[in-house]
Ligand binder design. Structure first.
Ligand SMILES: Cc1cc2nc3c(=O)[nH]c(=O)nc-3n(C[C@H](O)[C@H](O)[C@H](O)COP(=O)(O)OP(=O)(O)OC[C@H]3O[C@@H](n4cnc5c(N)ncnc54)[C@H](O)[C@@H]3O)c2cc1C
Length: 409
């Protein structure tokens, strides 16, 4: 392991830092930027994405032909680490640019790419991902949203169904939707991907109010939504391939969903807290938490070292995701407890630094589910790392129609 930058990495880091210094104020110990609403946050993020894209930093790993920098995964992490030192809006484009557009690049027609990639890169268009349904999350093979060929002479499809947990759908201009086109095929073989204009007739978006009062995700109801065949992505009944491209592109951090620099931030905050920590029980908690967080940070460094050498990080990052979510919850709880009775106040009542901790507290629960739930990750560690027997499956070799009949009995 070597945690130091290579000379090229150090040069790129300096270049990023210098450019960022001309665009934003340093973060130092100031509270993060405050946004009165999610709409304001999304709007500021669009503007910042535009600024980055204009300067060539909009998509570090994308090929240059699509407006990217053609950099490596480690270049992207270096940029994000430097960006975290400045007061900039948090990105709302992780799904749009990190997952959906890369699968458009891989599977859409040249016309679609020519028309849609640049507005997405420049933050004008936000794309959402319409995969999960009320009865299909971990097992996307069970999605029921139907796409059927139009029978009125139009060259297109009608989509009917319901999606759920669609992040930022209420702000998105476009959405990539996974549909069922052939119920008489095996579950993963009869699905097709389309993209839809979120303002199309028949698209109804209902935000879901979360425990923290935010509305980051939505239910999306699709009723006779017309989609021209030119908005099909990939071949008919080959939608799973398109989806796999998107899921495979979840950015490397820990398991793809834990923000890149958060463990480093937690380690630094715990160190800074040591002096204020006087009570014996709290000192014990601090020490135990520090050890876990520092161990995680070293694991993440191993992943970064692998990337820096052009290799892919091993399964340790999947393992780390489970521990990371626990550490983040424990950290937020510890910081609240350290404030005594003040800890139950809202961030605005204490100070805006606390909004970061409150976000970590609520966010950690979501991270346990997004990008594969803890249980699913544990199954895959059991099977792929420990070589245990696969989970018994009752759906193998069965057609989707048979499976839905089976589940409704
Ligand atoms: C922050 C966040 C953002 C999201 N954004 C999006 C988005 O933009 N677009 C989108 O389509 N979806 C999104 N999702 C939804 C997410 O993909 C699903 O919540 C996730 O796949 C789990 O599916 P589910 O909620 O239906 O739970 P289920 O799959 O129903 O699981 C319920 C419980 O059963 C367990 N379980 C399921 N299968 C197994 C098994 N085989 N073995 C053992 N245990 C099992 C799970 O671990 C879980 O505890 C988001 C979720 C979160 C938290």
């Amino acid at each position: 392991m070597n945690f130091n930058d290579t000379p090229e990495e150090a040069r790129f880091r300096r270049q990023c830092f210098e450019w960022l210094s001309t665009q934003a104020a340093p973060r130092d110990n100031s509270p993060p930027l405050y946004f009165a609403s999610l709409a304001d946050k999304v709007s500021a993020s669009r503007q910042w994405q535009h600024t980055k894209a204009e300067a060539g930093y909009g998509a570090i790993t994308w090929p240059t032909q699509y407006g990217g920098m053609g950099g490596s995964a480690i270049d992207e992490i270096i940029f994000k680490q430097e960006e975290a030192k400045f007061l900039v809006p948090p990105s709302q484009f992780n799904v749009s640019l990190g997952m959906v557009i890369p699968s458009l690049m891989a599977h859409a027609s040249e016309e679609v790419k020519a028309r849609h990639i640049a507005p997405a890169l420049h933050g004008r268009d936000l794309w959402c991902q319409l995969l999960s349904e009320p009865q299909a999350g971990s097992d996307l093979g069970m999605i029921k949203t139907r796409a059927t060929r139009c029978e009125d002479g139009r060259d297109g499809w009608l989509i009917n169904g319901q999606k759920v947990w669609t992040s930022l759908a209420q702000f998105a201009e476009f959405g990539m939707v996974l549909t069922r086109t052939n119920p008489d095929a095996p579950s993963f073989a009869g699905m097709t991907a389309f993209f839809i204009d979120m303002a199309s007739p028949g698209v109804e978006i209902r935000p879901i109010i979360q425990a923290n009062g935010h509305e980051e995700f939505n239910e999306v109801f699709l009723t006779d939504v017309f989609v021209p065949d030119s908005q099909r992505v990939g071949n008919i009944d080959a939608g799973w391939k398109v989806t796999m491209t998107a899921l495979g592109n979840e950015r490397m951090s820990i398991g793809g969903v834990v923000p890149n620099d958060i463990i480093r931030h937690v380690v630094a905050q715990l160190r800074a807290t040591a002096e204020a920590c006087q009570h014996h029980g709290m000192i014990e908690r601090l020490n135990a938490l520090y050890l876990k967080a520092h161990g995680l940070w070293l694991m993440q460094c191993r992943g970064l070292t692998a990337l820096s050498k052009g290799a892919m990080p091993g399964p340790e990052l999947a393992t780390a995701k489970i521990i990371a979510c626990q550490v983040l919850s424990e950290y937020a709880q510890f910081m609240f407890d350290l404030q005594g009775s003040d800890g139950i106040g809202s961030p605005s009542a204490i100070n805006n630094h606390w909004s970061v901790i409150e976000d970590i507290w609520y966010g950690a629960s979501g991270m346990r589910i997004a990008g594969g739930t803890d249980e699913i990750v544990k199954n895959s560690i059991g099977e792929r790392v420990l070589g245990q027997a696969p989970e018994p499956r009752t759906d193998k070799g069965k057609m989707f129609r048979e499976l839905t009949a089976q589940s409704s009995r």
